[in-house]
Design a protein around this ligand. Structure first.
Ligand code: GRF
Length: 207
């Protein structure tokens, strides 16, 4: 009998981990097929998401920067991911920019979620940037990771209306609800082998 090889997912977090949890739950319920979350790695020992992952039976690990250069820190994370056979890396509120070394180690195999409609409002506090700019529509983006901040090819986006009474916090909360669904759907399509990438453009093949 042939055994089905599951796609091993590694998730990097720095904090709360709600996107991480959405992916873990979708894998465990079978919504994301042919996959297993092999490890959740944080760069912060006190990341709240670590406990949430542990409670769901997922191996967790902290790899602190400890004053090292980005490349050295990334090398250790790459090592931990490779040791476990990770094929897809999901950044979920991971607050560090990844080095070229990391991007090369997982070519077109690292993805990120960002709480704006990229290329608008890259970087920190995207929801506050959206409020301050006065846009009427914002949203969230799942994209491949490259060496530039919030820059790689876009896989999927969802729009979220900005209401007149919105604050950065209320907008962030509303976008977050959409993030979970968008990230799960993107990982589901990747797991099914439906995402094709050509330069900056990706196509999600319909099944
Ligand atoms: C999310 O808004 C995500 O888009 C951004 O950081 C936040 C992480 O939230 N990259 P959580 O840790 O997944 O709850």
């Amino acid at each position: 009998m042939q055994t089905l090889e599951l796609m091993k997912i590694g998730i990097l977090i720095s904090g709360r981990g709600s996107n991480m949890l959405a992916i873990v739950e979708a894998v465990q319920s079978g919504l994301i097929p042919y996959s297993k979350v092999a490890v959740v790695i944080s760069d912060k020992t006190n990341a709240k998401g670590l406990l949430k992952a542990k409670e769901r039976g997922i191996e967790t690990l902290t790899v602190s920067k400890n004053g090292r250069a980005r490349e050295q820190h990334d090398a250790e994370i790459i090592d931990e991911l490779k040791k476990r056979g990770v094929e897809l890396v999901c950044l979920a509120g991971y607050m560090r920019l990844l080095s070229a070394r990391f991007v090369r180690a997982f070519p077109n195999k690292s993805i990120n979620i960002h709480p704006s409609l990229l290329p608008a409002f890259k970087g920190l506090d995207a929801q506050r940037q959206a409020i301050d700019y006065g846009v009427k529509v914002s949203g969230c983006t799942v994209h491949f990771v490259d060496e530039a901040l919030d820059h790689g090819a876009i896989i999927a986006q969802t729009t979220v209306d900005v209401k007149d009474e919105d604050t950065a916090e209320s907008l962030a909360a509303r976008i977050l609800e959409h993030e979970h669904a968008l990230y799960v759907e993107a990982v589901r399509q990747i797991a099914k082998g439906n995402v094709e990438i050509a330069g900056r453009r990706t196509v999600v093949v319909k099944d």
